[in-house]
Design a protein around this ligand. Structure first.
Ligand code: ATP
Length: 216
């Protein structure tokens, strides 16, 4: 089974890392590939570059064999569409290997606005992670898709290469990258929200307004 979990990871934090491990365990101790996405350069000067986000991810997962980084979207010029990424993975994996994409309910609620969204169930399974405060409105395309493709357990995902949707409700940490960037920009501590090694790197690089060389 091949599992991808995409995000901006600007920066990666314990909310992402815990979720990735929970997913790994609930799907049967499979590896989870974190896929950092391209961010257009105009979205704020203090945001980390692709190389910096990738470096922080690498530090965060060091020694954790269940988590890996797939940097294919960073290597492509311009924005990547999930359908393109899945199509590329499908051609690498062949037709038989189960391919799984992890999304939060917030993202899944707008799934029918994704480019080529109707192609996606033919390429991969979808794991929808319930996020507090975010519900799927009934009578919408994503709700209908869930209704017709929902399965009750992870075994069903192992049995087929694509096409099923599994809802998971793992415990989530109330941490956001936005909150971390705001803390650092206003001189507050971001310790214990992410691995110390990532925070040290942020300070070394002077990212997000953190003072270079300053202690936690
Ligand atoms: P930002 O605050 O910059 O929007 P973020 O912290 O939400 O960032 P992203 O990199 O945008 O993080 O998110 C990547 C994926 O991780 C998304 O699917 C998002 O729903 C999920 N995610 C973000 N924070 C958490 C968390 N605390 N627990 C579980 N999942 C999370």
């Amino acid at each position: 089974m091949h599992v991808i979990y995409g995000g901006t990871f600007d920066p990666v934090h314990h909310g992402h890392l815990r979720l990735a491990l929970e997913i790994s365990e609930r799907l049967g101790d499979v590896p989870v590939d974190l896929v950092p996405c391209h961010i257009p350069p105009h979205r704020g000067a203090t945001r980390a570059t692709a190389g910096q986000r990738q470096r922080m991810l690498a530090l965060a997962i060091e020694g954790e064999l269940r988590l890996r980084i797939d940097d294919r979207e960073l290597r492509r010029a311009g924005a990547s569409y999930t359908a393109d990424t899945l199509r590329q993975l499908r051609s690498e994996l062949g037709d038989e290997v189960p391919l799984v994409m992890v999304v939060g309910t917030d993202a899944f609620a707008g799934f029918d606005r994704w480019r080529e969204w109707q192609q996606i169930p033919g390429l991969a399974h979808i794991v929808v992670v319930r996020r507090p405060g975010s519900t799927l409105a009934p009578e919408t395309e994503p709700a209908r898709l869930l209704e017709t493709r929902r399965v009750g357990n992870a075994q069903a995902l192992h049995a087929d290469p694509s096409g099923h949707i599994l809802e998971l409700d793992p415990p989530l940490l109330d941490i956001s990258a936005t909150g971390i960037r705001e803390r650092l920009a206003s001189g507050r501590s971001a310790r214990y929200l992410m691995p110390d090694v990532v925070l040290t790197e942020i300070q070394r690089m002077g990212l997000y307004g953190a003072c270079p060389g300053e202690n936690f």
